[in-house]
Unconditional design. Structure first.
Length: 383
């Protein structure tokens, strides 16, 4: 009896095994057939739909949700200037975490050498060792500056694609109009720091920064602060009268750094101040959105949680501030710049110091406007 039963069991097992293999083979065949028959166009359409969902969700969160976020994040006290400054201090500290400047340390003395290509104005190329990096700049004094007659100093910051030398060059060089020379003529010392000028280089370096939670604007702010520590000890400079005037990327630096560097008493932002929410996220015919250019370095983590340009202005207030924008400059749609400025100006007006903030619109493109900037700096930096 055992023999036939064992034979029967064996035959049954083999039959089941063959049957299951056949089923699995059929299922596998059907799955392969199904995947093979799904058009790539359909898969791509599905992926694009998901991308559009994400874009709509994030864009809406940034732009449409900003007002509600801002109302919760800011608790400004306009009762007087000192109370106002205390009330925005928590926001200032959160802004610091956006740039998150690293702790650099001086590791040597300031090196000073005559600038070989700016000998006509007695310019120096200065470099301060900061461990693995250094802070570099052009430093030049106007005629008559001395320890008995110290002068105010302006940090003149070049923009993308330019160099510290550019702001001293021919009058029409990429919209700079040799404005540093005009500052010298007006009696200001000039410190022109060197920042990383290339968009591809900034994109590349910012990858490293994002991995460790810092930023290139944060690094470049730290470099400037160490330079100021040393340069402002020069007896020819009045350390209490420091201004900053930046063009384009330099305007970005001016706007981002003034909230964190109180030694800068007056600021001029040229060709950068914007309706930040749409500039960063919304494409339009009237201006070039950062979404449409290869400048990823500007997308700083946490920037638009609560820090549109009009709100950053309140971290500069009550210090004097001037905004420049050319109506033909596609970095922004000029009516939107005016709208953003009007909201930012309210911080000053509520403190009864509306005269300390101005905007200058002019019929040019991406350029500075010395005709109003130098009188503004003179008014607030010269006794």
């Amino acid at each position: 009896m055992k023999g036939p039963k064992l034979k029967l069991i064996t035959v049954s097992f083999i039959s089941c095994f063959v049957f299951m293999m056949a089923i699995n083979a059929q299922v596998g065949k059907e799955e392969k057939t199904a995947i093979k028959e799904m058009p790539d166009s359909l898969k791509e359409k599905r992926t694009l739909a998901y991308k559009d969902q994400l874009e709509k969700y994030l864009q809406n969160w940034i732009v449409e949700g900003y007002r509600q976020r801002s109302e919760k994040a800011w608790n400004r006290d306009y009762s007087d200037i000192e109370a106002f400054k205390r009330s925005v201090e928590p926001n200032r500290e959160r802004w610091r975490t956006v740039l998150n400047p690293p702790r650099l340390r001086k590791t040597g003395a300031l090196k000073r050498n005559p600038h070989p290509y700016l000998q006509d104005i007695g310019a120096e190329w200065v470099e301060l060792p900061l461990g693995p990096v250094s802070a570099q700049a052009i430093l030049v004094f106007p005629e008559g500056a001395s320890k008995d007659s110290p002068v105010p100093i302006v940090i003149a910051q070049h923009g993308l694609g330019s160099y510290p030398e550019t702001i001293f060059s021919v009058p029409n060089a990429v919209g700079y109009k040799a404005y540093a020379r005009k500052l010298l003529k007006a009696g200001f010392a000039v410190l022109a720091p060197m920042n990383l000028r290339s968009a591809p280089f900034r994109n590349y370096i910012e990858r490293y920064n994002r991995l460790i939670g810092t930023s290139l604007p944060g690094i470049e702010l730290a470099r400037l602060q160490h330079l100021l520590d040393v340069v402002l000890t020069d007896p020819r400079i009045d350390a209490d009268r420091v201004g900053m005037w930046g063009q384009s990327l330099g305007g970005m630096a001016t706007m981002m750094w003034m909230p964190l560097e109180s030694r800068i008493k007056v600021g001029v932002i040229s060709s950068f101040f914007n309706h930040r929410l749409t500039k960063m996220t919304v494409s339009a015919d009237e201006y070039v959105s950062f979404m449409d250019v290869d400048e990823d370095y500007v997308f700083l983590k946490g920037w638009l949680t609560e820090f549109s340009d009009k709100d950053i202005v309140s971290l500069i207030c009550p210090r004097p501030l001037m905004i420049h924008h050319g109506k033909k400059d596609r970095i922004a749609h000029w009516p939107s710049v005016v709208d953003e400025f009007k909201v930012g100006k309210k911080h000053y007006e509520k403190l009864n110091i509306g005269e300390k903030i101005e905007i200058e619109l002019f019929d040019e493109g991406h350029a500075v406007w010395p005709e109003s900037a130098i009188p503004f700096l003179t008014r607030w930096l010269k006794p």
